[in-house]
Ligand binder design. Structure first.
Ligand code: ATP
Ligand code: MG
Length: 348
């Protein structure tokens, strides 16, 4: 009995997971939490939302959810909502019947049907045009689609996964994403941490990419100089894991010998950075000629109003949309917060 009361962290370990996640590197607690969620959600057939900054591994996580889904008999079909013109998305997703519109000379099978028995991965869901959002919500609720111009209801047998690198709570506050769809998507939510929030994983990730790069390019670079690792530790990684992968790939090419040394890194990484403030991480100047005390955590020219908006929306996101907690953290009243959020909606 006493053993079952162990600290939650100690329960988090790869051995306890059912799936194989060897290609998803990291042992930090936040990362193990992510693996645990993948392991749990993979069994379900419900829609999952994967969110995180660019390069944090959203697609990798989607692939793992698909691979570990015991019901997936077919492939994962990926559709990037940002890459298809807004007026074509409906047609691409749901297909159309012959004669549905001028030029529809034959029937077209949409991606929901193509992905039957497998997974449909809707990437960059945050930019899905507003008129399509209620249609997607209905499909998720009823588990059936209708082709454009068709009447027959076709059951959906694809598992739907979604990803976003824009903050959906901010998008809801800005009137660009429907709250009801957001509520539906977030019931199974995997929030991927930024790399700067899991710095302890950087050495293992760097080593993993080093081995991968050596194998691909037939090189024998085996070591990463400790000074390089401390520059990595001081850097803000706005491009997250993809950026680290790119940095290692470049360094392996440049390193003639066995070691990756500081001069094999891109110039902005060769100078130790101060950790940026959390409010606007990526905007601290990296110019080594500007002393620390002249740096702002925002680009020069940002107005106080913009800083306030950023503080409010970031806090709201961190508090999962809970307005009373957000108001408490910011030290303002709930009516004030409500009025400010209302004003942001009107600005759009
Ligand atoms: N934990 C990890 N272990 C190993 N490789 C990883 C990990 N996370 C991400 N990667 C690698 O980093 C790169 C970026 O990952 P991915 O494409 O999944 O990011 P993303 O969040 O979808 O990015 P974007 O928002 O730009 O689409 C890929 O090459 C992926 O394999
Ligand atoms: Mg992606």
């Amino acid at each position: 009995m006493a053993e079952e009361m162990a600290l939650p962290e100690t329960l988090l370990s790869r051995e306890k997971l059912h799936g194989n996640y060897d290609n998803i590197v990291g042992e930090s607690t936040v990362h193990l939490e992510v693996l645990k969620s993948i392991d749990t959600f993979a069994k379900s057939s419900k829609v999952v939302l994967i969110s995180g900054e660019t390069g944090t591994g959203k697609e990798l996580v989607a692939r793992a959810l698909h691979a570990e889904n015991p019901h997936a008999r077919h492939a994962m079909v990926t559709v990037n909502c940002a890459e298809i013109a807004g007026n074509l998305i409906e047609n691409e997703l749901f297909g159309h019947e012959k004669g549905a519109f001028t030029g529809a000379e034959r029937q077209h099978i949409g991606l929901f049907e193509t992905a039957s028995g497998g997974t449909l991965f809707l990437d960059e869901i945050g930019v899905l045009p507003m008129p399509l959002q209620p249609k997607l919500l209905r499909v998720l609720q009823e588990n059936e689609i209708r082709r454009v111009g068709g009447t027959a209801k076709i059951p959906v047998t694809a598992r739907v996964l979604t990803a976003t690198n824009i903050n959906l709570i901010e998008a809801v506050a800005a009137g660009k994403f429907r709250r009801d769809l957001y509520e539906r998507l977030k019931s199974l939510h995997i929030q991927l941490p930024a790399l700067r929030e899991r710095r302890e994983d950087i050495p293992a990730l760097a080593k993993y990419f080093l081995t991968k790069e050596n194998n691909c390019s037939n090189q024998k670079v085996t070591d990463i100089n400790p000074e390089v690792l401390s520059l990595f530790d001081a850097y803000s990684w706005p491009g997250n894991i993809r950026e680290l992968e790119g940095v290692i790939g470049r360094a392996v090419l440049l390193a003639g010998g066995v070691d990756i040394l500081p001069h094999h890194l891109p110039p902005d990484l060769q100078v130790p950075q101060t950790h940026p403030l959390s409010l606007a991480d990526a905007t601290v100047s990296t110019n080594p000629n500007i002393p620390d005390y002249f740096m702002l955590p925002f680009p020069m020219g940002t107005t106080l109003k913009e800083i306030e908006k950023s503080a409010i929306l970031t806090t709201l996101a961190r508090e999962n949309g809970n307005r009373s907690k957000t108001a408490a953290v910011l030290g303002i009243s709930q009516p004030t917060l409500r009025a400010k959020l209302h004003a942001y909606e009107q600005e759009e």
